[in-house]
Design a protein around this ligand. Structure first.
Ligand SMILES: [Zn+2]
Length: 317
């Protein structure tokens, strides 16, 4: 097996995690041309065929932390000229757990393109109940989607789940730019279709499926978008999101932990056995994932290399 030598260097607060990532990437890469591309800095991410995840190389990850780059998949599909038109209005921001971006019935003043690692919940408000989650948005999407359809008002509350980064744009600038960006329009049409499908499936899931299967489904969806472990959520927070009593989440999480599918402590949930967790999840996880995968059939390695402000090329192995 070929190895990457020297290993990519990066300044990091988590050297052990970075070393593990480099070792994992070394195990994935087999052909010499990919190894050479990584060594010369031409490749910034590797597509893991097993999980379907894009694994950022450490230098790209560091650039992301410094706010020099974006890993939003919608922006990644855009031709260079369109991206340049948007660039002037995009502002890198760091968002924290509990930040409310939009409220139902209020104007959408800004839209957000989440980067890898940021998770945003779409919540619907029901009188005398906690806000119920009806959708999740990560780096595959955009927050403030009604604006892309010409609707300036939000119908949901959008809340950040955990600290992460995004590119923010003022609504007026977004509307103006959208008119001259047909590729972005097409990407947002595909994403709108996928998000509606997710919301539709979530409605059925909330009605028909057991708490344990729903919790497994939610952890997998969150993990796909956060792209990191552990997932930091309290039982109370999860109970509110899933619309169940706290004890229901405690029982379900205990059952998953006893089967060694997850491990949790002090609000940190780590997925130990992804395939096992998939088997415990309701059908909704795969259905939603399949819809997004089909909608996201955009080529990941075509335009990124041309854009100075985004992650570069991705190696398919
Ligand atoms: Zn379900």
């Amino acid at each position: 097996m070929k190895t990457i030598s020297p290993a990519p260097k990066v300044e990091t607060d988590h050297p052990e995690a970075e070393a593990a990532l480099v070792a994992f990437i070394q195990r994935l890469v087999h052909d010499s041309s990919t190894v050479q591309a990584i060594e010369s800095g031409e490749v910034d991410a590797i597509l893991d065929p097993a999980s379907g995840r894009a694994l950022l190389l450490p230098e790209a990850r560091a650039a992301l932390r410094r706010g020099e780059t974006s890993t939003n998949q919608l922006l990644a599909t855009l031709p260079r000229e369109e991206y340049q038109r948007l660039l002037a209005g995009l502002v890198p921001v760091t968002l924290a757990l509990g930040d409310v971006l939009h409220e139902p019935g209020e104007l959408i003043r800004q839209i957000y393109f989440p980067n890898e690692g940021l998770l945003v919940s779409l919540l619907t408000l029901v009188e005398n109940h906690e806000a119920l989650e009806i959708g999740l948005v990560g780096s595959e999407g955009m927050v403030g989607l009604p604006l892309a359809q010409g609707i300036g008002m939000s119908s949901v509350r959008t809340v950040v789940q955990g600290t992460g980064t995004a590119l923010r744009m003022e609504s007026a600038g977004f509307r103006e730019a959208l008119e001259t960006c047909p590729a972005l329009q097409r990407a947002l049409h595909r994403y709108t279709h996928a998000l509606i499908a997710q919301i539709t499936q979530t409605a059925a899931c909330n009605r028909f499926h057991q708490v344990e299967a729903r919790l497994a489904r939610w952890l997998l969806m969150a993990s796909d978008r956060l792209q990191s472990d552990p997932i930091r959520f309290t039982h109370e927070w999860l109970a509110d999101l899933l619309g169940v009593r706290r004890v229901g989440i405690t029982v379900a999480a205990s059952a998953l932990q006893q089967r060694k599918l997850i491990q949790y402590s002090r609000g940190n949930i780590t997925i130990l056995d992804r395939e096992g967790l998939k088997a415990s999840a309701c059908e909704c996880y795969q259905k939603i994932k399949d819809i997004f995968d089909r909608a996201e059939s955009w080529p990941a390695d075509t335009v990124l290399a041309e854009k100075p402000n985004t992650v570069g090329t991705m190696a398919h192995i």
